[in-house]
Design a protein around this ligand. Structure first.
Ligand code: GDP
Length: 181
């Protein structure tokens, strides 16, 4: 990456991973379009959405990839990970099995991406407090153990969605800046 110039644009690829139906598509549509889709249908079509944001006066384009349902086969292809510099590993706070899968998703990420990839653990559906099966502490502890950022979100009511993506994108920007220096 070249030295930052005023008005320079950056394009970062960020991937969403995690078990099926944890809310990856809805997190993406909430972030990029401020929309929520209540239908419980399989993820369709969209490969990625691009969202622009400004950090330190630089225009950043985040190209955020959704699995388009590939994860139903418990893995996604190496093409999906190619060139990714950030990842959100998502589980559903109301389904323990999705939390138990996080380590497997991290292993897959490590196999395909450099260790410098900015990583955030995301406990989605925090609006479902009555159905909570994974405590806030469990999420925090796993994130700490694995060296990840951590946040609980709700794509349904927008809680922390913007913040979660922005933290990852800012970390990527910091990583790029450090390499430039
Ligand atoms: P994906 O398979 O991981 O992409 O998951 P989807 O985004 O398709 O969401 C799966 C299901 O969970 C859908 O029925 C969504 O409406 C629902 N869902 C997604 N995010 C949330 C959330 O934050 N809260 C609640 N209550 N439901 C959600």
């Amino acid at each position: 990456m070249e030295e930052g110039l005023e008005g320079e644009e950056y394009l970062f690829k960020v991937v969403l991973i995690g078990d099926s139906a944890v809310g990856k598509s809805n997190l993406l549509s909430r972030f990029a379009r401020n929309e929520f889709d209540p239908n419980n249908k399989a993820t369709i079509g969209v490969e990625f959405l691009t969202q622009e944001l400004e950090i330190d006066g630089k225009m950043i384009k985040a190209q955020i990839w959704d699995t388009a349902g590939q994860e139903r086969f418990r893995a996604v292809t190496s093409a999906y990970y190619r060139g990714a510099v950030g990842a959100l590993i998502v589980y559903d706070i109301s389904r323990k099995t999705t939390f138990e899968s996080v380590k497997r998703w991290l292993d897959e990420l490590t196999t395909h991406c450099e260790t410098t990839v900015a990583r955030m653990l995301v406990g989605n559906k925090c609006d479902l407090e009555d159905l909570r099966a994974v405590s806030l502490e469990e999420g925090k502890n796993l994130a700490e153990e694995q060296g990840l950022f951590f946040m609980e979100t709700s794509a349904l009511n927008s809680t922390n969605v913007q913040t979660a993506f922005e933290i990852v994108i800012r970390e990527i920007y910091n990583n790029v800046s450090r390499k430039v220096l």
